[in-house]
Design a protein around this ligand. Structure first.
Ligand code: FES
Length: 143
């Protein structure tokens, strides 16, 4: 069996939503201290909906595929859904990742959470810190 699914290869070769949103409403940047990969997510929010999302990922193929899939999964969805996106959901949508690459999908989950948190902070929206359990725990978090 191939190490990577066709879906992973597709999103790695043709990543969706790559780029920057200059007037983003929320930006989240996280990194993994072990592998050194960095992921940045930009959100545009309209009426509580993720109207646009873009990413920049300096990392491995699995991180790029995870970012691409994660952005597809939250685009057009309510912010509350984006916040609930788990790395398991990203991995499942990619038809799996090798065990030693699962942390790449965690980066996508954390980057989206950091971007939502940034949006809440900018808007002065109160939130329960427990909604962001991982935020600040990773070495590369600037959120
Ligand atoms: Fe670290 Fe993929 S090897 S994000």
């Amino acid at each position: 069996m191939a190490l990577y699914s066709e879906t992973v290869m597709d999103h790695f070769r043709n990543p969706r939503n790559v780029g920057v949103i200059k007037d983003a409403d929320g930006v989240g940047e996280v990194g993994n201290a072990v592998c050194g990969d960095i992921m940045k997510i930009y959100l545009k929010i309209e009426d509580g909906i993720v109207s646009d999302v873009k990413f920049e990922t300096f990392g491995c193929g699995s991180a790029i595929a995870s970012s691409s899939m994660a952005t597809e999964l939250i685009k057009g969805k309510p912010l509350s859904d984006a916040l609930k996106l788990t790395n398991q959901a990203v991995t499942e949508a990619l038809d799996g990742l090798p065990a030693h690459k699962l942390h790449c999908s965690v980066l996508a989950e954390e980057a989206i959470q950091a971007a939502v948190k940034d949006y809440y902070d900018r808007q002065g929206i109160a939130y329960d810190p427990k909604e962001f359990p991982d935020c600040g725990s990773c070495a590369g978090c600037h959120g």
